[in-house]
Design a protein around this ligand. Structure first.
Ligand code: LLP
Length: 418
């Protein structure tokens, strides 16, 4: 399915012209497709088939309550990395008992709250963390469900900032440490060994690192078995890449088929984020000015790196298309840049487009790690988010007001003069 497509040269979000949404909500804005989110999640569901499983959507990819609510209604579980994300899931109607808690720095308070809410499992990332979970659980006289996040030391062939499965990365522990952690947990009254997990990185477009990590995890699970430590679920993480520029990526059905064939007697957990929401969202921005010099042509737009930081942070590519594709104006190779005072403030570089002032450009495949990474840099209010389904649409987060940006601030009060 393709939620965003051209009809008579106009970009549509499902059955709605994007221009109608701009008329209602202004620019810039994010637009999401409910049907695409459901389609993407159902593809995971279909692909694991009859094998016992839990799909834990990685909340960090897009944590808007409407997105979480759509997934909760499908029966999704969630991968969370903070108490904030857990509370969002609950507020959106999600089930805390279907949540796995990842992240390298879980606070004592967040562990306590997660235990109170009865989460499915902690994905434990260090020996210190295991001790802390045991201690908190003991004060509550509970047994905390745990899985050790193993770092399989495989190269995911992705941008270094989003690779997590190498020993040089801060995530998880090596197999030897994992083994001793499992031994310790197995004899604790306050820890319950449930699973084993790994997550080797994000935007991975080749299946082989995933299969390599799987093999290493299965080896360790066998070793644990010989020590009478039984692993009930295997969590294979997220990381499935999407196509930003028509590049080939992983076939989810084939990948999960390989996993289910190799994994016996264990529930499979998977933590997809990007592959559920990326192509279900676009970011729309207006051309304010055109500026050309001897070597460069700039289309200066009203959206910026504070709204969508992926191009600046990872030099990532997103397609940029005109929402009204009736070519008018100046044909050139444009850098699409924003109002923020940073040279790194660009949404796209070297794009051949025919542009005039007042045009609207859609930055495609922006549903994952778009709005969630936005900030108020340069005192820019965050933009609205709209959810579309068929011909209907809902404002699922309103545009921030400028006043709200400084409502928590105050002047310095000189106590010495009081
Ligand atoms: N599980 C864990 C433990 C994770 O750390 C992540 C993502 C996921 C699952 C979901 O991975 P996905 O299926 O979305 O690839 N901001 C970066 C991506 C950071 C990914 C962080 N971890 C970007 O915009 O490319």
């Amino acid at each position: 399915m393709n939620a965003f497509s051209f009809q008579n040269n106009n970009l549509y979000a499902e059955s709605l012209p994007v221009s109608d949404l701009i008329n209602s909500y202004g620019s810039p804005l994010y637009i999401y497709s409910k049907s695409q989110i459901e389609f993407n999640w159902n593809l995971f569901k279909k692909s694991v088939g009859g094998h016992p499983h839990l799909i834990c959507y990685a909340v960090k990819a897009n944590s808007n309550l409407a997105v979480l609510n759509i997934l909760a209604n499908l029966g999704s579980g969630f991968d969370i990395v903070s108490l904030g994300e857990l509370k969002r899931v609950i507020a959106a109607g999600g089930d805390p008992r279907k949540c796995v808690f990842s992240g390298v720095a879980k606070s004592e308070y967040s562990i306590r709250k997660a235990l109170e809410y009865g989460i499915y499992c902690f994905n434990v990332e260090s020996e210190d963390e295991l001790d802390r979970i045991e201690l908190v659980a003991s004060t509550m006289n509970m047994s905390a469900p745990i899985s050790i996040r193993v770092n399989p030391n495989v190269d995911a062939n992705t941008h270094p900032y989003i690779a997590t499965g190498l020993s040089e990365n801060k995530f998880g522990v090596g197999a030897d440490i994992a083994l001793s952690m499992y031994k310790k947990a197995n004899i604790s009254d306050y820890l319950e060994v449930c699973g084993l997990d790994y997550h080797i990185g994000s935007q991975i477009t080749d299946v082989s690192p995933f299969l390599e990590a799987l093999d290493r995890a299965l080896e360790l699970i066998d070793k644990l078995k010989s020590e009478n430590i039984l692993i009930k679920h295997l969590d294979i993480g997220g990381g499935v890449g999407v196509s930003y520029d028509q590049e080939k990526t992983i076939n989810i059905q084939d990948y999960l088929n390989s996993v289910t064939t190799k994994v016996d007697n264990m529930k499979i957990l998977v933590e997809p984020g990007r592959s559920i929401v990326a192509d279900a969202g676009i970011f729309v921005t207006k051309v304010e000015y055109l500026k050309q010099n001897e070597i460069k042509s700039f289309a200066i737009v009203d959206g910026a790196m504070n709204d969508l930081i992926r191009p600046s942070l990872y030099e990532s590519f997103h397609q940029a298309v005109l929402i009204d594709d009736n070519a008018k104006g100046i044909t050139d190779t444009w850098d699409i840049v924003g109002p923020v005072c940073e040279t790194a403030d660009f949404l796209a570089k070297d794009r051949k487009l025919t542009l005039e002032k007042g045009d609207y450009i859609a930055i495609m495949t922006a549903g994952a790690y778009g709005f969630v990474l936005s900030s108020n840099y340069n005192s820019r209010p965050r933009v609205p988010e709209i959810m579309v389904c068929g011909k209907s649409h809902t404002l699922v987060r309103k545009r921030e007001t400028i006043e709200s940006l400084f409502e928590n601030e105050t002047f310095y009060i000189d106590e010495t003069n009081k």
